[in-house]
Design a protein around this ligand. Structure first.
Ligand SMILES: *[C@@H]1O[C@H](CO)[C@@H](O)[C@H](O)[C@H]1NC(C)=O
Ligand SMILES: *[C@@H]1O[C@H](CO)[C@@H](O)[C@H](O)[C@H]1NC(C)=O
Ligand SMILES: *[C@@H]1O[C@H](CO)[C@@H](O)[C@H](O)[C@H]1NC(C)=O
Ligand SMILES: *[C@@H]1O[C@H](CO)[C@@H](O)[C@H](O)[C@H]1NC(C)=O
Ligand SMILES: *[C@@H]1O[C@H](CO)[C@@H](O)[C@H](O)[C@H]1NC(C)=O
Ligand SMILES: *[C@@H]1O[C@H](CO)[C@@H](O)[C@H](O)[C@H]1NC(C)=O
Ligand SMILES: *[C@@H]1O[C@H](CO)[C@@H](O)[C@H](O)[C@H]1NC(C)=O
Ligand SMILES: *[C@@H]1O[C@H](CO)[C@@H](O)[C@H](O)[C@H]1NC(C)=O
Ligand SMILES: *[C@@H]1O[C@H](CO)[C@@H](O)[C@H](O)[C@H]1NC(C)=O
Length: 398
């Protein structure tokens, strides 16, 4: 499907641009000559699009503001794009599948409503001297970028950074994320540093080697940490999570520390973090509005400040957490701290999520240890873990 853009007659017609040619719903640039024809427009009212046959270097110097979008999709012959004076793009800066684009020179650019870049494998860095400080949404996926130097937002609604296989870090001054930040499948040692982030509506952190969120106080909705490579996760200032908090399949994680976290309105999940043995960093956690779902190779699980768990409580370990099971069982019951269905298994090789195995306290080992009420319950049904267990866990969340 080829792109259809209306080519304004006057823009193509020549150099003596009347004021009116600084406005068009979309003007399409096929060549540097078309770009040069725009240079007298301080403000271009409308969208500037590169035609798929625009090739080589395109320079739109002169223009300080584009009120609409700046678009280059499938411009497979484009090598560099520059705009020395451009400060603001009112709508979207979209670059998709410009496969040999290796230079983006926008030294004055500060304000863009949306950045949407994908499939820019030859693009390794940005020449954005001022640096973009304001953007509502940023999506940077499948690029060759090794750094995001040049984008340093203070505030953003949505940011997605994914599949940039050479990108080692995202470091920004962000004070808040009003909607969503997610990252996935960037370079193997991808790190995140948001030293000033105070609140984020939602965080989805995948495949990250280190993360630094020293100022984070509130997660308004949820935070999911999945398949990361860091050993320690610390959120020293985090006080509340408005929906759910989860840590799943973080293979190297040994230490989660959230000393000021007091309330989680939704569920708390800690699952499949192979190396995580001691979970004792939730020292102030008082209330969990949803389910508590922990399974893994734990030797110690502590919630010293807990006063209320509204949903199901599931704690299952391959290790010996009999003490923890006894403790939590002693505070379980409809009028006690743990209100929902109570499950706690230790020495259980098939430790699984909510809905897997029998309820009550159970020693999943050889039966030589003493167990409490659930001793009469037969061995686990292996089929209840895996897919079924996950399904039940999902149903349990509803
Ligand atoms: C680019 O071109 C391909 C094939 O010509 C087409 O399938 C794709 O939709 C185009 N992408 C964009 C972003 O226009
Ligand atoms: C978001 O963060 C920016 C930068 O720190 C700050 O100026 C702004 O007041 C914050 N907005 C809200 C609603 O917290
Ligand atoms: C890991 O990240 C650092 C910067 O944080 C970088 O200098 C180094 O090259 C990266 N290593 C690999 C193997 O990508
Ligand atoms: C990256 O994260 C995703 C989603 O959490 C996960 O499915 C995938 O296995 C991870 N990839 C690697 C290489 O760890
Ligand atoms: C943590 O919160 C305290 C109290 O609000 C504040 O004084 C401190 O600066 C915060 N720490 C960081 C690293 O933001
Ligand atoms: C998130 O919570 C903070 C602190 O309560 C608040 O200032 C901010 O407005 C909230 N953001 C959203 C999107 O609700
Ligand atoms: C866990 O991490 C926290 C914060 O980085 C640190 O203070 C604490 O000593 C660590 N605990 C262990 C057992 O390493
Ligand atoms: C326990 O650790 C083993 C490797 O030591 C791992 O294969 C297994 O998935 C872990 N179990 C859980 C539930 O995390
Ligand atoms: C935990 O790991 C098991 C075994 O690999 C898998 O079947 C299950 O889906 C995982 N659960 C979660 C919540 O990731």
């Amino acid at each position: 499907m080829s792109l259809k853009y209306i080519v304004p007659v006057m823009a193509v017609a020549g150099r003596a641009i009347a004021a009116s040619s600084c406005s068009a719903s979309t003007t399409t640039l096929h060549s540097q000559a078309d770009a040069t024809a725009l240079s007298a427009c301080q403000t271009f009212t409308g969208t500037v699009a590169l035609a798929t046959d625009a090739a080589g270097s395109i320079d739109i110097s002169g223009v300080e503001e584009i009120t609409g979008s700046l678009i280059g999709n499938n411009v497979t012959g484009l090598t560099t794009l520059s705009a020395d004076n451009l400060q603001k793009i009112g709508d979207t800066f979209s670059l998709q599948a410009c496969t040999i684009l290796s230079g983006l020179t926008f030294p004055a650019l500060v304000n863009v409503a949306k950045i949407d870049w994908a499939y820019l494998s030859a693009l390794q860095e940005l020449s954005f001297d001022q640096g973009v400080q304001m953007a509502k949404s940023v999506s940077i996926q499948t690029t060759g970028l090794t750094t995001l130097t040049g984008i340093n937002l203070q505030e953003v609604d949505t940011m997605v950074i994914a599949n940039n296989h050479f990108l080692n870090d995202v470091t920004m001054q962000l004070g808040n994320v009003t909607d969503h930040f997610s990252c996935q499948a960037n370079a193997q040692n991808f790190s995140i540093a948001f030293p000033n982030l105070i609140w984020a509506n939602q965080l989805e952190i995948n495949n990250v080697s280190s993360i630094d969120l020293p100022s984070l106080m509130y997660v308004n909705e949820s935070a999911y940490f999945t398949a990361n490579y860091f050993q320690t996760l610390s959120a020293a200032n985090l006080t509340s999570v408005g929906e759910s908090l989860s840590f799943v399949a973080n293979s190297d994680l040994t230490n989660v520390t959230m000393p000021l976290l007091t309330s989680i309105t939704g569920g708390l999940t800690v699952a499949n973090n192979t190396d995580l043995q001691k979970v004792n960093g939730f020292t102030s956690l008082k209330t969990i509005g949803g389910a508590f779902d922990f399974f893994g190779n734990f030797t110690d699980v502590e919630l010293p400040a807990i006063t209320e768990v509204q949903g199901a409580f599931n704690l299952q370990s391959t290790g010996d957490i009999s003490k923890a099971c006894d403790h939590f069982q002693s505070i379980a019951g409809s009028s006690s701290v743990i209100r929902g269905t109570f499950t706690c298994h230790y020495n259980d090789a098939s430790a699984g999520g909510i809905g897997s195995g029998s309820t009550g306290v159970q020693n999943g080992g050889d039966g030589s240890s003493t167990t409490s009420s659930a001793a009469a319950v037969p061995m686990l049904i292996p089929g209840a873990t895996g897919v079924l267990g996950v399904l039940l866990a999902m149903l349990g969340m509803l």
